[in-house]
Design a protein around this ligand. Structure first.
Ligand SMILES: [Zn+2]
Ligand SMILES: [Zn+2]
Length: 497
């Protein structure tokens, strides 16, 4: 029975996707309630109390009973010490309530310590029948990440997955037109529908500082079983914005008041195994956009910065683009992943318009379509950005030196005097040009015209044995950026943090 419910627990308990066998050994319920319902209890409500200790951040209940073949039906509901928390009747055999979200039928909110009660409703049990029930209760005690709203990966297997990592909804300043044409806060489901219609595999709804959108996402995820929701929010300070991916727990954003420095935010993100990605770092800060540029009072240790939004939907190129900010860190020797985000504030905005959902698209090579795997792909730098928001452009770069191989984001030893073999696979980019930057400088010998819809290109680069970052782009004949690739890091010996 445990094995049957474990896939659901993978996400509910904020665990990464281990094998079922591994989980069976690791996940033990904190409390098991067993009881017997008899025929005399037909059409009544039975209480099953249990004690919730201090410091719990989510509670998952699984519920099973015998006698279904004899038409026994048991319903389920929940009270905390102070209030009613929901009723799922006979429609769910497991549910989660946490401070920020809950399985539909149940209410999120504080989880006070004390005596809670499962309410077991008995709509039908025959007079001579008995039914054994078992409720397993699992507590999550610590802020943990990644959280997921999906019970299991939405798609198995390694692939390039396409998504948008920066979107606003009614839970912050996202707006759209109502049925009668009024400007109204734009509901989350329109964001999901639009992203799905554009063929995206994942999105992060990143409303400003709040955690109120997670409950909507938990409701929507089972329906959108081809579109993964990455838990996100835009930590919005007076000296810069940064998207936090992974956790759903409250994270204090009040830099300068209750949080001493931006550095502390990054330390907290690291502690939570989250990704905190600096947004639109070169945006102007002013009365139109308070704190939009990245200007912390004290510099953040770059080792803690895992990701930078190099391409924001409002500023793909030009002075406000984040690419120069990112490359400055690359030139200092850091390995930081460039990602993109539309910063959409109006879900139905047509494809191709500025900041439309999916413009730009961030494309991530991940082991499967799950929150842990997508975040892992970002950490590894296995990422390119499709500025034109197509559904089909592919950009695979691999480099090889001796027996060692790497793709975008990887480090590759390249001893002095050796030759780095570069292979590119570019799809749907005909008529454009592949180019490479070595430490930010163009390498003319690696320029290649792309003339086929699906083209492989082989190149070589002699190595001087020194540390370099080598980054590919696809640009139009006019020099407009179409695809931005993350670097391959030559002769970087230290591990990526
Ligand atoms: Zn912002
Ligand atoms: Zn934003």
């Amino acid at each position: 029975m445990i094995k049957k419910i474990l896939p659901g627990l993978l996400s509910l308990l904020c665990l990464t996707f281990f094998s079922l066998e591994a989980l069976s050994a690791q996940v033990k319920p904190d409390i098991t309630l067993k009881g017997v319902i008899t025929g005399s209890e037909n059409n009544s409500y039975v209480e099953a109390p249990f004690t919730v200790p201090d410091g719990i951040v989510s509670i998952t209940v699984t519920f099973h009973y015998t006698g279904k073949e004899q038409h026994t039906a048991l319903d389920l509901g929940l009270f905390d010490p102070e209030r009613f928390r929901g009723w799922s009747g006979g429609n769910k055999d497991h549910f989660t309530v946490s401070t920020t979200s809950a399985t539909p039928s149940y209410l999120p909110g504080p989880l006070p310590a004390g005596q809670w009660k499962l309410i077991i409703g008995v709509p039908n049990i025959r007079e001579t029948v008995t039914s054994n029930y078992e409720a397993n209760i699992f507590f999550t005690r610590e802020k943990s990440t990644p959280t997921s709203f999906a019970d299991a990966p939405l798609r198995d297997g390694p692939a390039w997955y396409r998504g948008d990592l920066h979107i606003h909804t009614a839970h912050s300043d996202g707006s759209c037109q109502s049925q009668s044409g009024k400007k109204v806060p734009c509901p989350v489901f329109l964001t999901a529908e639009t992203a799905s219609a554009r063929g995206l595999d994942f999105i992060a709804v990143t409303d400003h500082n709040t955690d109120s959108h997670y409950d909507a996402l938990r409701e929507l995820q089972p329906y959108f079983d081809k579109l993964l929701f990455i838990p996100g929010r835009e930590i919005t300070t007076f000296w810069g914005h940064a998207n936090l991916f992974g956790p759903t727990d409250f994270v204090d954003f009040r830099v300068g008041t209750t949080v001493p420095s931006a550095q502390m935010l990054f330390e907290e993100a690291a502690r939570m195994h989250a990704i905190l990605s600096i947004n639109h770092p070169n945006a102007p800060t002013g009365q139109v956009c308070m704190g939009c540029g990245w200007t912390p009072k004290e510099a953040v240790d770059p080792h803690l910065i895992q990701s930078i939004e190099a391409v924001n939907g409002g500023a793909e190129e030009g002075q406000y683009s984040g690419i120069s900010f990112w490359e400055k860190y690359l030139n200092q020797g850091y390995r930081i992943t460039a990602i993109g985000g539309s910063d959409n504030h109006n879900a139905p905005a047509p494809a191709g318009s500025r900041s439309a959902i999916g413009s730009p698209t961030t494309v991530i090579y991940a082991d499967n379509l799950s929150v842990p795997a997508i975040l892992d792909g970002i950490r590894k730098g296995h990422v390119f950005i499709d500025l034109s928001a197509t559904r089909d452009r592919r950009f695979e770069i691999a480099a090889e030196d001796g027996n060692q191989k790497g793709i975008m984001g990887d480090a590759l030893p390249a001893p002095a005097g050796s030759t780095v073999q570069i292979s590119a696979h570019v799809v749907a980019c005909s008529g454009n040009k592949l180019r490479f930057l070595l430490d930010g400088q163009p390498v003319a010998s690696l320029d290649s015209n792309i003339s086929q819809a699906d083209q492989g290109i082989s190149l070589t680069l002699p190595s001087d044995g020194k540390k370099h970052w080598l980054r590919p782009d696809v640009v139009s004949p006019e020099g407009k950026l179409i695809l931005l690739g993350n670097p391959i890091y030559l002769n970087y010996t230290e591990d990526k943090k």
